[in-house]
Design a protein around this ligand. Structure first.
Ligand SMILES: [Zn+2]
Length: 208
């Protein structure tokens, strides 16, 4: 009985993890992140960040087709004998695929959307133009929001999702957090990145 339960549990874990592996691994190399400040430091807004945001969005959606592979292995194991393992694999990867499909009905729950890139671009355009928050605007993406590093003005109250940088915490916490977060912002788990509270009225254009 214990054997059956443990095989089912291993199937469940693998079915949940395998489709997410590309998202958790592809961008974590040092060279791929040379242009970005190391995690958890704020990231400067620039075209490379926008490109990374769009890549992370593609990797997040790649989980949907990737879940079909463990699903078919699970179905094959179910038929060919290792039923407990196959059932676990099939259920977890099927659930993963279903989660992504349900997101199609409400795109607002996806951690990164096209709108995310548009909002970053808007902040960059404002900072480069006459509407800048201060004399030398320096928009950065902190874990809680986009702020100006020079004058601390809140430029966009958008929490920072997983940007594909290698996390600064240790193994296995690093791995587990990436797995559990599934690309979403992890405000509670992020170390503070030097944020100074800014009054609500200071949103866009305020000069503290
Ligand atoms: Zn500023």
């Amino acid at each position: 009985m214990f054997d059956v339960v443990s095989r089912f549990a291993v199937g469940l874990a693998l079915g949940h993890l395998l489709p997410r592996l590309p998202m958790m691994l592809v961008t974590r190399g040092k060279t791929a992140n040379a242009r970005f400040a190391p995690h958890p430091a704020p990231v400067r807004l620039e075209p490379h960040l926008t490109a990374r945001v769009l890549l992370m969005r593609r990797l997040w959606w790649l989980v949907l087709p990737a879940s079909l592979i463990p699903m078919s292995f699970g179905a094959a194991s179910l038929v060919s004998g290792n039923a407990a393992f196959g059932f676990g694999l099939w259920i977890a990867s099927g659930w993963t695929a279903l989660q992504r499909l349900l997101t199609l009905l409400n795109l607002d729950v996806a951690p990164i959307r096209l709108e995310t890139a548009h909002r970053l671009q808007t902040v960059m355009d404002r900072s480069a133009g006459d509407e800048g928050c201060c004399a030398l605007p320096e928009p950065v993406w902190e874990s809680e929001a986009v702020r100006c590093a020079a004058c601390r003005t809140l430029l966009d109250p958008m929490p920072r999702p997983d940007l594909g940088r290698p996390r600064s915490d240790r193994w296995p916490a690093r791995f587990l957090r990436l797995w559990v977060a599934d690309g979403h912002a992890m405000l509670l788990a992020e170390p503070m990145s030097g944020v100074v509270p800014v009054p609500a009225g200071n949103l866009l254009g305020g000069r503290p």
